[in-house]
Design a protein around this ligand. Structure first.
Ligand code: AMP
Ligand code: ZN
Length: 114
């Protein structure tokens, strides 16, 4: 999608600190980290949000979560754990309209979220 920030990052039109890339996914460190480790993983297919996914997207997102846990382990989060977050639409604070999984770790998180 031509006016999507994360599609532009995938295309290399906007710079990012890349963590991982394959045919299906792109992962990069968040520009405004909320924890000592904070990266995003996104599908190369433009899906707007969790609320917009189709049944056909379910397998993509399953593989994305699997890749996220491999990357979380590589970033040293296996022992302490991590928070895996999808912010979906306005009430949840979604600001970029290309589905993305946040992976945050390296500190203690509270519950419920604020
Ligand atoms: P959300 O609020 O769930 O939509 O999260 C969007 C995330 O994208 C935020 O945590 C931003 O800090 C992050 N972000 C926005 N622009 C960039 C960028 N150019 N590079 C890396 N992360 C970004
Ligand atoms: Zn996009």
């Amino acid at each position: 999608m031509s006016d999507c920030l994360f599609c532009k990052i995938i295309a290399g039109e906007i710079p990012s600190k890349k963590l991982y890339e394959d045919d299906e996914f792109y992962s990069f460190f968040d520009i405004n980290p909320q924890a000592p480790v904070h990266f995003l993983i996104i599908p190369k297919k433009h899906i707007t949000s969790v609320m917009d996914m189709t049944e056909a997207d379910a397998s993509i997102l399953g593989r994305m979560l699997y890749r996220a846990q491999i990357l979380a382990k590589a970033e040293g989060l296996e022992e302490g754990g991590a928070r895996f977050v999808f912010n979906c639409k306005a009430d949840a604070g979604q600001t970029v309209w290309h589905i993305h999984l946040h992976v945050l770790g390296g500190r203690q998180f509270g519950w419920p979220p604020g």
